[in-house]
Every structure is written in structure tokens, then in C-alpha cells.
Design a protein around this ligand. Structure first.
Ligand code: XIL
Length: 517
């Protein structure tokens, strides 16, 4: 894949995802001054793919046809990522729903999008037990080989030149490393894999041919089985270029054991390795601990790929929670992707950027997501005319954070829509004169959150491990009417300081802690 030339210059490549989203939302027009700012920022921030490319890898995302009309979504898809994989539209049930009737219209939309955005395409997938039309399973076993060969030949031929790598066979193994039963295995035994690979090579000699599976990211019975299979195939001279590791991870199951060593043993056979379907799900609701674990898993996957020369790149299984397959496939789980449902980057996004060598907003050597907010209520009554949050920030990272880059939001409801507020810093060991505070009305009011108290700093810095110490804050409405704090998003009743995920911290404008309302 690394030898494939992509045509790079496109209109939006290099623009930060959020700004593109903003441009889309405002109808795509920007004043000359805004354009200048956009260009400055574009120069300042590389895309995920550009960061990966500087390390000789690609960074891609799955996508699906129904998502593409979402302009804000497709703007980010087209700019931040250098490779795309169709989530569904090249699968057998779409491309040959009836025997001999091929339909590549949906897949063509994906390859067309890629061509317009200078992206490569991983074709997914030619032979798989799932999303397989019923007619294949109903064939007499003696007819399955011919049907499979025809399917592989027709599809790989159609996408010659447009698809750079194929998941020729998807998910051939059971968890214990035995071959999964499928119409193909039943008809041909393990030979179906070699037959499919040979047919794919004959149809498109230029495409890289992969076997792809999940739970083969770490060392274990299933990856041992894949390792044994690919060794045999290579010994037999079967065309095979790489192994795809899906990497559908979950914070509750732990990080794959020895992922880097596992990748390396495949690489040592002369194969490429790709992370093909990365996401990191969690049991909902998300909290700060799960979110931090998720960021660390994303980071470790990127680090493993960077450490193995033959790891050619990474693909996330769509980049946003808005279009994740997780909630429907794993009920009760979600929040698995790099961007949230509003297409805003999450801490995992920052972790990936940092792992790819990108500069982050915490400054040189820093890492966003390394500040945490702690909170206690200094208020004995949740129904009086003042709100009295006590906040402190702790630097949990390894680099000093400049406090003037930091903003904190405490979300509450105004009750009567009062527009004027007074805000106060009553006491802090860092000195209230360095603390700024104001109330801002939410653009889009959310449950328990139509206003926020924004806290900032005029100067100062926070060394690794250091805390600001408590900042005693207070606010009231100009008309001194009462609040009902009990339903306020950021309100808590604890009277000693504790990590507070509903207080959101931004460093350099990017979210570094907490969950937005
Ligand atoms: C998923 C798609 O994302 C869903 O939209 C679809 O309903 C089911 O398949 N492993 C794979 C992918 O190889 O093809 C799967 O994609 C996710 C798991």
C-alpha cells in the first residue's frame, strides 16, 4: 500500500476537522479574515493521515453510503483520513444478492468519494460467512467453489485500480483457532482460502491481498491459528500480502496481550500487517475512567503499528459515535469512536494525534487529557440564590501545562432565563486575581445545562503532579432570584474534592477532561 501514489492536493485536506465542520454549518462561506485564520490553523495542525504518512503509514476510516449526505460528516471523512473502507457496500449480500446478478453501484459511490479526496480504498470483503445472501448457503456443496470463484473474480475485476487492498477472506476462525463453519468451509475445507486468494490475484494482480479477523491482535490461540495458516499458505506459494487485525476492542476486556510482538511475528514472515477496524467500546454510560482507558487503548494500538515497520496503517471502524455499529451489535455499549455524536473530537482523538507524533494543545511534549478537574459543593443549599462550586485542577501528565491555555466549564440551569449574572472568586491559593470567570449562555441548551460558568487563568502554569488548589467560586443572577441546582448538569453534593467528569476542561480549545452535557 505504501507504494501507491495518492493525488494529494484537494480543497479541504489539511483544514482542521472542526473548522471544516463549522464552514459546512455556516454554508461554506468564509470572509477573507476567516480564510486567513483557517489557513494559519491548517498549517498549524496536520490531519491524522498526514501525521501517519510522515511515519510511512496511512490513517483511514470506515464509512457507509447512508452517511455520506451528512455534509459535516463527509467533510471530516474527506479531509482527516487518507484511506476509507466501505462498511457494508462491497459485501456479498450487496454486490451479488441474486446469483449472477452483480450490483456495484453502492461500492462505486465509495470509490468515487475516495478518488475525489485523494484516498486509497481497502475493499471489504470478498468471502465471509456473514452478510452472505441465502442462495449461497442453499447451493449444493459441489457448486459452491464455482460460485465463490465467480464472485471473487467479478468483484475484484470490477474494482481493479480503485481498490488497493482486499480483505479476501474475512473471519475464517473460531475463538479457539479451529476453522469457522461456513458454506465455503463445508464445501472445500480449508482450501477455500487458497482458492479465493488465487482468484483474487488473477482478477487484480495489483491489489494487496489480506486475510482479516478479530481477536487476533494479541498473542493467543486464535492468532496462533492465523499464524499457522499464513505460514502454510506462503509455503504453498499461495498469493497473500498481509494480515488484517480488526481490533474491535472493549475497555472491559483489557488490551490485547503483546500486540506489538504479535504483529512483528507476522511481519517476520514477510507479510504486511494492517489494523483494519479499530474501535474501543465501553459499557454505557461513559465515565472518565473508561474514557481514559479508551484513550490509552487507542494510543497503544497506534504505538504498536508505529513500532512494526510492516504495519502499513490503521483504519478506524468509522470515526464518530454518530455512525458506530457498536450500539446495535453490542446492546448497552457504545462511545467507541474518536469523535462524539456531534462530530467533536474526544480525548481518544488527542491520544491518537499525540501517539502519531502530532503536537497537541498542551504544548510541546504535553498531552491533552492530562488535566483533571475536581469539585466539591461549597453550598449548603441547592435552592438559594447563589451557586458555589469549589474547583481544582490537577496535572496528571508528564509535561507542564500553561494555565492561560486552560478553560473550565461548570454547567447549570438558569431557571428563569435571567440574562445577567455576577461571578466571584472568593478564595484560591493561586490568587483570585489570576482567575477569570464569567457566565456564558449555551448555544444549544441541553438538559440541566443552559448556561455555564467559564473559569480561566490570566497566567501561571501547572507542573506535572501539581494542583491549583481550591478555587472557591460563586455566582448569582442580577435579580437575585433562586436557582434549583438539583438538576444542574455539573452540580454535585459532595463536600470534599473528588474527580468530576461533568466539569469539562479544555486546553488550547480542545477538550481535555470531562464529558460535555
Ligand atoms: C459491520 C457493519 O459496520 C454494520 O453496519 C453491519 O450491520 C454489520 O457489519 N467485522 C467486520 C465488519 O468485518 O464487516 C463488520 O461491519 C464489523 C465486524
Amino acid at each position: 500500500m505504501s507504494s501507491v501514489k495518492r493525488c494529494r492536493p484537494t480543497s479541504t485536506r489539511g483544514l482542521p476537522a472542526l473548522l471544516i465542520g463549522a464552514l459546512i454549518l455556516t454554508g461554506g462561506s468564509a470572509t477573507a479574515a476567516q480564510q486567513d485564520t483557517l489557513h494559519e490553523l491548517a498549517a498549524a495542525q496536520d490531519t491524522l493521515h498526514e501525521l501517519a504518512e510522515a511515519q510511512g503509514k496511512y490513517f483511514g476510516s470506515a464509512t457507509d453510503n447512508p452517511e455520506l449526505p451528512d455534509a459535516a460528516y463527509s467533510a471530516i471523512l474527506g479531509s482527516e483520513f487518507g484511506q476509507i473502507t466501505p462498511g457494508n457496500s462491497m459485501k456479498w449480500d450487496t454486490t451479488e444478492p441474486v446469483q449472477g446478478q452483480f450490483n456495484f453501484a453502492k461500492g462505486d459511490v465509495i470509490t468515487e468519494f475516495a478518488a475525489q479526496h485523494g484516498q486509497t480504498v481497502r475493499g471489504h470483503t470478498l468471502v465471509w460467512h456473514s452478510q452472505l445472501p441465502g442462495w449461497v448457503g442453499a447451493l449444493p456443496p459441489a457448486q459452491v467453489e464455482a460460485a465463490m470463484t465467480r464472485h471473487v473474480t467479478e468483484e475484484a475485476t470490477h474494482y481493479r485500480g480503485a481498490v488497493t487492498a482486499w480483505d479476501v477472506v474475512n473471519e475464517p476462525f473460531n475463538e479457539d483457532g479451529t476453522f469457522r463453519t461456513s458454506p465455503f468451509y463445508t464445501a472445500m475445507g480449508r482450501d477455500y482460502i487458497a482458492t479465493a486468494l488465487r482468484a483474487a490475484r488473477a482478477a487484480d494482480p495489483d491489489a494487496e491481498l489480506y486475510l482479516n479477523d478479530y481477536n487476533i491482535e494479541g498473542l493467543g490461540a486464535k492468532s496462533d491459528a492465523m499464524y499457522a495458516l499464513v505460514r502454510e499458505l506462503l509455503d504453498e506459494g499461495v498469493p497473500l500480502d498481509g494480515v488484517g487485525m480488526q481490533a474491535h476492542l472493549a475497555v472491559q476486556y483489557g488490551f490485547p496481550y503483546q500486540m506489538r510482538a504479535n504483529m512483528q511475528r507476522f511481519a517476520d514472515l514477510g507479510l504486511d500487517v494492517a489494523v483494519t477496524e479499530l474501535d474501543v467500546r465501553m459499557q454505557l454510560p461513559a465515565d472518565t475512567a473508561k474514557t481514559a482507558t479508551q484513550s490509552s487503548y487507542y494510543r497503544q494500538v497506534v504505538e504498536a503499528c508505529l513500532a512494526v515497520e510492516r504495519c502499513v496503517g490503521l483504519t478506524v471502524w468509522d470515526y464518530t459515535d454518530k455512525y458506530s455499529w457498536v450500539p446495535s451489535a453490542f446492546p448497552g455499549q457504545g462511545a467507541a469512536n474518536l469523535y462524539d455524536e456531534n462530530l467533536l473530537p474526544k480525548p481518544a482523538y488527542s491520544a491518537v494525534r499525540t501517539a502519531l507524533g502530532g503536537e497537541d494543545d498542551g504544548g510541546e511534549g504535553g498531552e491533552p487529557g492530562v488535566l483533571k478537574a475536581q469539585y466539591r459543593s461549597n453550598d449548603s443549599s441547592a435552592r438559594d440564590n447563589q451557586i458555589k462550586p469549589g474547583l481544582q485542577l490537577v496535572n496528571t501528565g508528564s509535561a507542564t501545562v500553561s494555565l492561560s491555555d486552560v478553560k473550565v466549564r461548570y454547567w447549570f440551569t438558569s431557571e428563569n432565563g435571567a440574562s445577567a449574572y455576577s461571578t466571584w472568586c472568593d478564595w484560591s491559593p493561586i490568587g483570585c486575581s489570576t482567575v477569570t470567570h464569567r457566565v456564558v449562555a449555551a448555544g444549544v441548551p441541553k438538559t440541566g445545562a443552559d448556561h455555564y460558568l467559564e473559569v480561566g487563568f490570566r497566567s501561571g502554569s501547572l507542573a506535572p503532579g501539581a494542583s491549583t488548589g481550591e478555587i472557591q467560586l460563586r455566582l448569582n443572577k442580577a435579580d437575585w432570584s433562586n436557582f434549583d441546582e438539583s438538576d444542574d448538569y455539573s452540580h454535585g453534593s459532595g463536600t470534599s474534592y473528588a474527580d468530576a467528569s461533568k466539569i469539562v476542561v479544555y486546553v488550547g480549545g480542545e477538550q481535555a477532561w470531562g464529558i460535555e452535557p
